[in-house]
Design a protein around this ligand. Structure first.
Ligand code: ADP
Ligand code: MG
Length: 238
């Protein structure tokens, strides 16, 4: 059973349809990268999986259960955005534990979960700092920490590295891949960066103007692009 199953999904804003019959299956533990030019619908699709945007037609199921009308907080999903939106007045530890506090977890549970996440992300020496005292890469790790503490089934990343400089971006790619392996997590990762897609994905979904052009492994797409758009976008010779 697919962990996340997106079936014939359409999305309209007013009378404008921006997503047309999108079909994607994500297996348990798979790292799927959704790639495509700006405005093609990547964030909209992610937001529909998260429940932050309604679905105009089709179904999205998580672990076999249709979630079309399920509240975001009941979906067992965590999302990491491009703008980390950390709370500036809270410490790193408070930022990471806040969602658990809202969920009514005990102080001990929160401390444990934050401690575990800090270990995974190497954040122990920063737990008492405020976000303003951190580097871009550290803030990015805190944003991931906020997702990890909730122990979600599925992680959604929306261009999490696009605000970082090139060198840090390369470093963080490796960190996110390591995190994926360590947690055995199922990940849907959005980027408009072809290199990021090719180096990180188990499976790439190429989206163009609200339609899926091709789904395949990085090598499949490179060796056998389905059409000129994919070939041009991935940068392969065909
Ligand atoms: P991407 O993340 O790939 O850059 P988006 O998912 O943000 O693309 O946007 C896809 C399309 O939907 C774009 O044409 C965008 O203008 C449109 N769109 C996104 N959100 C809204 C909204 N809230 N209202 C109207 N149009 C929107
Ligand atoms: Mg976007």
């Amino acid at each position: 059973m697919a962990q996340v199953s997106i079936r014939d999904v359409c999305k309209s804003f007013g009378s404008v349809e921006v997503m047309h019959d999108v079909h994607v299956d994500i297996s348990d533990g798979e790292f799927v990268v959704l790639v495509g030019p700006s405005g093609c619908g990547k964030s909209t699709l992610l937001r529909m999986v998260a429940g932050l945007e309604t679905i105009s037609a089709g179904t999205i199921a998580i672990e076999g259960k249709v979630v079309n009308n399920m509240h975001p907080k009941d979906r067992n999903i965590a999302m990491v955005f491009q703008n980390y939106a950390l709370y500036p007045q809270m410490t790193v530890a408070q930022n990471m534990g806040f969602a658990l506090e809202l969920a009514g977890k005990s102080k001990a549970e929160i401390t444990n979960a934050v401690g575990d996440a800090a270990t995974i992300l190497d954040l122990h020496s920063y737990l008492d700092r405020k976000p303003g005292q951190l580097s871009g890469g550290q803030r990015q790790r805190v944003a991931m920490g906020r997702a990890i503490v909730r122990d979600p089934k599925v992680f959604l990343f929306d261009e999490p590295l696009s605000n970082l400089d090139a060198k840090l971006r390369v470093h963080m790619r490796a960190e996110i891949k390591a995190l994926h392996q360590r947690l055995g997590a199922t990940i849907l990762y959005v980027t408009h960066d072809q290199i990021e897609a090719m180096t990180m994905a188990d499976k790439i979904v190429v989206l163009n103007a609200g339609r899926v052009e091709q789904i395949g492994s990085p090598l499949d797409l490179y060796d056998r692009p389905a059409n000129r758009f994919v070939a041009g976008f991935i940068g392969s010779p065909a």
